[in-house]
Ligand binder design. Sequence first.
Ligand code: SAM
Length: 386
Amino acid sequence: MSTRRRGKPIEEQVKGGLSKVPKVKRRGNPYFNRRTALPIILGLVLIVAVCRKLYQRIFQTPIIQDALEPFEPSPPVEIDPDIFQVVDIPGRGKGLIANRDIEPGELVIREKPLFKVPHSISTSPIALIAKLLREADASGRQAFLDLSYVNFPEDVDPEEHPDSVALAIFETNAVAAGDGVGIFPRMARLNHGCSSAFNVVYNWRDKEGVLVVHALKSIKKGEELLTTYFDTKRPRVERRAFLAEHYGFNCMCSVCSLPDAQSVASDKRLTQIKDYYGRFATWGERNITGIEAIDAVRSIWALEDEEGYRSERGRLAADAALVAASHSDSAATREWAKKSVEWYGYELGRDSLQVHEMKGVVASPKRHPAWGSRERLKVGGPGGSK
Ligand SMILES: C[S@@+](CC[C@H](N)C(=O)[O-])C[C@H]1O[C@@H](n2cnc3c(N)ncnc32)[C@H](O)[C@@H]1O
């Protein structure tokens, strides 16, 4: 079907209509005409460039890109091969147990995908996964087939339908990896915990083509390493329903098994955190002031401290730095950027691109790309009053 609009051809419309509109006479400028315009513009560009250089020299505020070397992934950090062991855990299948105390920010897994499936595919997923498995080497294929799976129809015999089993394994274990979804057999043994219960976070690094897992909190020897399978900032009843449907288990993590009164208090905090995130986002639409936006960030931080929720803080502090920079609050931009460096460091690694970028903001707040894009305002740093 044609998408062209019906109507008179444009020439006819112009002929009959536009020619009748009286022409507005252009005012002539004796100093600014076609002949003089180019040299004037070039002159202005030159003056601006010279002023900018002078300004940078006087105030020593090199732009972020100049202040730091361009980001290059550092050589892989060596991981202690015995940092955890894979063991059977009653009621959870296999899981990872720390063999020693682990510090926040420590790298525990760095893994290339066994294979990746793009977000949009033209063939059937079952056929694609079967093909990718055939292409994997024997040990990779075995590692994949050893993984657990759920939600397999009871009336179907797995022995007779190996391709359907492969799809179920994929659905139970695949995680986001840039432009696709990947299988990482070592990481896939991580079990789930909600809210304050998870202590490691995984993250895909596009430039390196690897998945990294860092400790978000200190983990004691003998403790289980737990990640989170989804955004758990919602009430227990909803979390459990989601996990039962998608992962086939009734969550009994330390947060889901809190006594009722404490669980209600935790649910309330998680809901409030989510609401404050929603409020914070409205600063983008100018519905709240920069001061109110920073207040929302402080409220999130305080509620998370109470809850023991530690994730996403690098990003939150980076967003607060953006608000502060937009309102030209240099001290606050730097303080929030410092927080961001610290928390991105735990969650994504001290060698991550995000830490590198936020170090640039700490070094030179006024060179934040959002600097001065809103009215001047003292919004305050993380230590300011609520
Ligand atoms: C990605 S796998 C994790 C590793 C898995 N336990 C194994 O043995 O390979 C996901 C599955 O692990 C189990 N699982 C994960 N977290 C759990 C938890 N907190 N409690 C019970 N089972 C859990 C569920 O069966 C889930 O479908």
